[in-house]
Write a protein that binds this ligand. Structure first.
Ligand code: NDP
Length: 338
């Protein structure tokens, strides 16, 4: 059996990765921050023997040696998928709460694998469009060759968005540098999604702990944007199910090694999201803004997702399906009762 270590199993994207891995017959060990989160994952997948699915607690990925024990397993791991990294703006210390876990979490797991898991053939790191985008809008077409030029000074300033984007940029750079310098027994691939929408497969303690990228859909259907939409900010999106599949394809496809994958499904704006909700969930019309304005710039950047389609074989679903399913999922979780 092929055995995979999946970090951050309690996360929005990781929950879908876990489901695809199990469907495809992989044995999975996932890391979570507490026993309680691990138990919830096991409860969501009843009737699976311990060899198929288990968890280990890694409380803080920023700590030295955090993954030293987690990477050891019997039978040993074949692949590692590293998704755990902070994605929220509720922090006060950019270094301790965001940059350290992202960067040290990535270098820490790579070091641990090199030292103690010689059977691992590939590590897939969840990076982001954040590691590609250029804040000055100088890039016309984004693809895997582009890097975010953000500096450490910008990363540690007052702009929380910059801190997050820098955390992803420096963490991904650190992964590629590690492979180049250390020449380990494994290769690396990165998945670089833009804003991720899609249904929730993980277990939220409350809707206030919703993953960051679905927050705007929750707020929209709760009527918080009735008087006007916030800026769209990032104009590219992808569905979580495609992002998850890309992670799994990245371990299955030999040529994926050594590559970044920019998993962009297409352009979107908050107005398009609001229009879709009006169409797929007409009963929510009273919560939506009357005449939303599309803030997409006329010269909005373009994207090239050829590599993802050709190498990983991913086909992207429509924004309408993704947003419609997100809303249905949020309603099931009680978004309208809140
Ligand atoms: P979530 O917040 O749902 O998942 C983040 C995961 O990382 C959680 O399991 C979280 O654990 C874990 N984590 C965060 N900080 C630490 C830490 N210090 N120690 C241990 N675990 C930690 O978000 P997503 O699923 O959206 O994000 C998953 C990955 O995808 C991240 O790497 C993110 O940067 C990337 N990404 C997400 C995009 C999006 O639009 N959603 C777009 C591009 C990239 P816990 O919940 O217990 O805190």
């Amino acid at each position: 059996m092929v055995k995979v270590l999946l970090t951050g199993g309690s996360g929005f994207i990781a929950a879908h990765v876990l489901d695809i891995l199990l469907e495809r017959g992989y044995d999975v060990v996932t890391t979570v921050r507490s026993e309680e989160k691990g138990q919830r994952i096991l409860e969501a997948h009843p009737n699976l023997p311990k060899e198929k699915l288990s968890y280990v607690v890694v409380e803080d990925i920023a700590k030295d040696g955090a993954f030293d024990e987690a990477v050891k397993s019997d039978p040993p791991f074949d692949y590692v998928l590293h998704t755990a990294s902070p994605f929220h703006f509720k922090f006060t210390d950019p270094v301790k709460e965001v940059l350290d876990p992202a960067i040290k979490g990535t270098t820490g797991i790579l070091k641990a694998i090199k030292a103690s898991a010689p059977t691992v053939k590939r590590v897939v790191v969840t990076s982001s469009f954040a590691a590609i985008i250029n804040a000055d809008n100088s890039v016309k077409v984004y693809d895997e060759s582009v890097w975010n030029p953000v500096t450490w000074e910008e990363a540690t300033g007052n702009d929380k968005g910059q801190t997050y984007r820098a955390s992803k940029t420096f963490a991904e750079r650190a992964a590629w540098e590690f492979v180049e310098k250390e020449k380990p027994n494994f290769d690396v691939a990165t998945i670089n999604p833009p804003l991720v929408f899609g249904p929730i497969a993980h277990h939220l303690s409350s809707l206030s702990s919703l993953n960051t990228s679905n927050e705007r859909v929750r707020d929209l259907i709760q009527g918080k944007y009735k008087d006007g939409l916030p800026p769209t900010g990032v104009y590219l999106w992808v569905d979580v199910r495609e992002v998850a599949l890309a992670h799994v394809r990245a371990i299955e496809v030999a040529e994926a090694g050594g590559k970044r994958f920019f998993t962009a499904a297409g352009h979107f704006s908050n107005k398009q999201v609001a229009d879709i909700v009006r169409e797929t969930h007409p009963e929510l019309a009273s919560k939506l803004p009357e005449n939303p304005v599309d803030d997409t710039p006329a010269d909005v950047y373009q994207y090239n997702n050829t590599l993802v389609r050709q190498v990983l074989g991913i086909q992207f679903r429509s924004l309408k399906e993704s947003v419609g399913d997100t809303v249905t999922s949020l309603i099931k979780l009680g978004a309208l009762a809140a």
